[in-house]
Design a protein around this ligand. Sequence first.
Ligand code: URA
Ligand code: SF4
Length: 212
Amino acid sequence: MPKNALRQYLELLKNSGIKELYRAESNKLNILTKLHDKYAICTKCPLHVGRIRFVYGEGNADATAMLIGEAPGEQENISGRPFVGAAGQLLDKMLIAINLQRSDVYITNIVKCRPPGNRNPEANERLACIPYLVEQIQIIQPKILLILGLVAAQTLFDNTNTLQWHRDKVHEFMGIPAYVTYHPAALLRNSNWKPPAWQDLQVFQKEYEKLR
Ligand code: URA
Ligand code: SF4
């Protein structure tokens, strides 16, 4: 990603009064449904080539919390829904452990189409797709973000720091407090990370419950 490209884009948005666009339509779910249909044929980056289904995101359009993962995997590409494969099943359990249902939150990813063989999405792909996420945040206006994994964290906070660095502090994205934890797929690969992930979730839960 060109240095600071994301930051520059966000500055531009701040000054462009883009929120006006959503004034006419008061129902957030309707807006998201229309935008889903509009973007589902996107060809802005090479990931469209492997797309079976565009995975925009799903959940409560009025959610207090938005969860942001990395990219759709195989099952997501087939179903058009985020986090429905093995990692998604673990995510559901993680949510239940902090007293949340999937339907309470909104879940999406940095990129909306599956990278071939589940490789990490590249910088140009992330930059091409990020406006969709920014727009989802503008519509839903969550009060807290949970960022799942290093790729999503490095993208949103525009750095190359470690997961540990990201987990150690509270961040902000578009003015919204953002907490970083392990990606559930990483927890499936290495269960030693489950205890520290549980700590992250408890911190997140405490903040979330203050906001409701
Ligand atoms: N991993 C992700 O980051 N997102 C999904 O939607 C599924 C798996
Ligand atoms: Fe478009 Fe995003 Fe899919 Fe790339 S990943 S084709 S930018 S929707």
